[in-house]
Design a protein around this ligand. Structure first.
Ligand SMILES: *Cc1c(COP(=O)(O)O)cnc(C)c1O
Length: 375
């Protein structure tokens, strides 16, 4: 364990090399077909991802961000509406609400899972609330049953931001089975990543599916130049869909390797000062990220970097304290769990192409940091 290893946070070249022949063939097939927009690969991928995630319909769109926005737009969300969501997430979750002219209303997170604290949601509901927009952060689902119960009781829509949780389950129920819509991202570093941008809306509601389908193609229906509503230009490319169909066949295996990597970390980091990630009962975690909390986070991150280990901070500033959303009027101290998480979280490499030796090295370096920097 004397020498230094290089441990990247993701390794997309390794993944490509492993599947090179299959992917190259799939891409060549699309190039030869001359059909680049909304062809057979997109349609098949929509069916395959929907089935995999427990939804009846899938609609491929240009990104995970668009999957969120088109879901909300399909449900008619706009000015005057409030959307209850988490301040501890990627910016897109809030951005799409604001883009539609609606208002994000934040609820603090559960410090154990980093997901929205479902038990605090009802206090945030007002006459204007229309949607619950939880995020399945780092790869484990927010309590869907509880969310669904609240949504039903208060006549709200449930839209899941599951960009980080493809393949997740809760008590055996797959990630997109419950809710009015579920948004997925195929951003390259996600558990199922394209070679560019991509996303999908999953839903069990035929009307939502129809509306998203219309919106992604300029609002047209019943012919390309007949517009029912003002829409978007937001489609998933055939080339990306062909690549994703190859990769989808490996996703279960990759997610299982992520869980194995996580189990090894959990074992090796016992007894360190790291607060280890917790899985809520019933959850099948996909470990999009393996996120620890650490009081001296920045010093640890710097130390690991000096020893060849890439880590990341998801996310360094909660959304209610961002300059872009200052106008919402929130203050420091409004969401203490989210604020504390932002100061302490550190995501360690957990991707499926890691070798056991690399994980052991990362854990050993965390221990060495503690020996060299006692306090
Ligand atoms: C990645 C991500 C998105 C956005 O997906 P893009 O495909 O990058 O647009 C939205 N929400 C969360 C939580 C994400 O991690």
């Amino acid at each position: 364990m004397g020498e230094s290893l290089h441990v990247p946070i993701v390794d997309l070249q390794a993944q490509y090399q492993a599947l090179r022949q299959e992917i190259d063939e799939a891409v060549a097939h699309v190039l030869e077909s001359g059909r680049f927009i909304l062809g057979e690969n997109v349609q098949r991928l929509e069916e395959e991802v929907a089935a995999y995630c427990g939804a009846r319909f899938g609609i491929g769109v240009a990104s995970g961000t668009d999957a969120l926005e088109l879901s909300l737009a399909a449900l008619g969300i706009g000015p005057g509406d409030e959307v209850i969501t988490t301040p501890f997430t990627f910016g897109a979750t809030t951005e799409v609400i604001v883009r539609l002219g609606a208002k994000p209303v934040y609820v603090d997170i559960d410090p154990d899972t980093y997901n929205i604290d479902v038990s605090a949601i009802e206090r945030a509901i007002t006459r204007r609330t229309r949607v619950l927009l939880p995020v399945d952060l780092f790869g484990q689902m927010t309590d869907r049953e509880a969310l669904w119960r609240i949504a039903q009781e208060h006549n709200l829509y449930l839209v899941n931001d599951s960009a980080q949780a493809i393949g997740a389950q809760q008590n055996g129920v797959p990630v997109a089975a419950v809710g009015h819509a579920t948004a997925m991202s195929f951003y390259p570093t996600k558990n199922l990543g394209a070679f560019g941008d991509g996303g999908i809306v999953l839903t069990n509601d035929e009307e939502v599916a129809r509306s998203v389908r219309r919106l992604r193609g300029h609002g047209a229906e019943g012919g390309a130049y007949f517009y029912k509503v003002p829409g978007y230009c937001s489609r998933l490319d055939e080339i990306q869909a062909a690549i994703l169909r190859v990769k989808l066949r490996y996703l279960d295996e990759w997610n299982e390797r992520r869980r194995q990597n996580a189990r090894l970390y959990l074992e090796l980091l016992q007894g360190t000062k790291a607060i280890l990630p917790q899985t809520a009962p019933g959850n099948l975690h996909t470990y999009h990220q393996f996120t620890i909390r650490y009081r001296r986070r920045d010093a640890l991150q710097q130390y690991l970097k000096e020893h060849g280990i890439a880590t990341a901070v998801y996310y360094p500033l909660p959304l209610h304290l961002q300059e872009a959303y200052r106008y919402l009027g929130y203050q420091q101290g409004d969401f203490p769990h989210a604020e504390r998480a932002a100061n302490e979280v550190l995501s360690l490499p957990v991707h499926p192409d890691l070798r056991e030796e690399q994980i052991r090295y990362v854990a050993a370096m965390v221990r060495r940091f503690e020996e060299e920097h006692p306090s």
